[in-house]
Ligand binder design. Structure first.
Ligand code: XIL
Length: 366
């Protein structure tokens, strides 16, 4: 986050000499909202629930059906990320058919509420449709399929997406490119990553193009692999603009205390950085109600992740992976863990919510 203190001071002075104007419906002048607490130019976002694991739950699509959910989504955040709705299996269900309905609705919602959008994702090993994974395509065909997909999807939303996760999770935890489970890298070789960035940039020259992964919060083997890759891509003139850490954290492990240092070394390469999918899961306690100590520890992780981003110049985008435990992916994917979000099932704010709000407020004050 770059300091904007002088701009804020100028605005404050200007405000004194202006007549009072009635607040617009989505004005940011609401101090209890995360988006209003945030410093100028800082984006605080959430995933928009729908698709993926939600399809197997006994509730209807959250984004389209849950009024309270939508209300909070519009009020609290100034950035949104489709949780599943722009993934291949969702947006490109058959080779010759795209389904833009859900993604269009999210982008329209964002524009109505003065929010930016993070597009997620274009080149990944997971959540690909059967027709693609089992398709038995030639290399030329596959290359054509990826190029057409990127051109079509990025082109459709050109000028309306702030950041794209172009490549998602391309390294394993040992820092090896996923040459087995990533169909693109396996079939087309590592050079396809650079091409994906080039095609995305052609389709939307304004969007900031990111490499995104989990377990890259710290300086470690995996983030080192990204650090090397970025330098290589930049040397080739590939339009890569950002490196982001998902930050799916668990209180089972310590907080990655070198997160800020890690983001800084990417910043030093001239890249933007971002936190894109923060949640902080905990062991489900006996009785099923988190203890105060658990909640405090969780709040501390949220606060430290946000502070790390705020402290780094080019880290202007901070996204939590959903805001209510009601729709979290965590209990479905991590046995025995849960309560990872900043609001309860009933949208009651947890200590983690207040930790974020107060940290944003403090940063806004400079
Ligand atoms: C998760 C979604 O939250 C679930 O709904 C879905 O079933 C699986 O994927 N890294 C990512 C996200 O980049 O897309 C994943 O989202 C979580 C891990």
């Amino acid at each position: 986050m770059r300091p904007v203190r002088s701009a804020i001071a100028a605005l404050a002075t200007a405000a004194l000499s202006l007549p009072l104007i009635a607040a617009a419906p989505h004005s940011d002048a609401q101090p209890d909202r995360l988006r209003s607490a945030a410093p100028e130019g800082f984006f605080v976002g959430t995933a928009v629930a729908g698709g993926g694991h939600h399809l197997e739950q006994d509730y209807p699509d959250p984004f389209t059906h849950d009024k309270e959910y939508r209300r909070i989504l519009g009020r609290q955040f100034n950035s949104v990320s489709p949780e599943n709705q722009m993934k291949w299996e969702f947006i490109h269900p058959e080779r010759d058919r795209y389904d833009f309905g859900a993604a269009d609705a999210i982008v329209a919602f964002a524009e109505k509420h003065g929010q930016v959008v993070r597009g997620h994702t274009l080149l990944w090993h997971s959540q690909n449709p059967q027709w693609l994974e089992q398709g038995d395509f030639s290399k030329e065909e596959l290359r054509g399929i990826l190029r057409e997909h990127i051109t079509t999807v990025v082109g459709r939303y050109a000028g309306r997406i702030q950041q794209w996760d172009v490549a998602n999770e391309i390294f394993d935890d040992q820092g090896r490119l996923r040459t087995q489970d990533n169909i693109w890298i396996r079939e087309l070789g590592p050079g396809i990553v650079a091409d994906a960035f080039r095609w995305a940039h052609e389709a939307d020259p304004e969007a900031k193009l990111f490499l995104n992964d989990y377990n890259v919060e710290s300086v470690n083997t995996k983030s080192n692999a990204y650090h090397a890759l970025v330098q290589d891509l930049l040397k080739q003139g590939v339009p890569v603009h950002g490196f982001s850490a998902q930050a799916h954290l668990s209180t089972r492990y310590g907080f990655p205390g070198d997160l800020e240092a890690n983001l800084r070394r990417f910043d030093a390469l001239g890249l933007e950085t971002a936190i894109t999918e923060l949640d902080v899961r905990m062991d489900v306690p006996e009785g099923g109600v988190p203890t105060e100590a658990q909640q405090r520890r969780q709040a501390e992780y949220y606060q430290r992740a946000l502070s790390a981003c705020l402290a780094v110049d080019g880290c202007d985008s901070f996204t939590i992976w959903g805001f209510t435990d009601k729709y979290s992916w965590v209990p479905v994917f991590f046995e025995g863990e849960g309560f990872a979000n900043v609001m309860t099932d009933d949208f009651v704010r947890k200590p983690a919510f207040y930790a974020l709000r107060d940290t944003l407020k403090a940063a806004r004050k400079g």
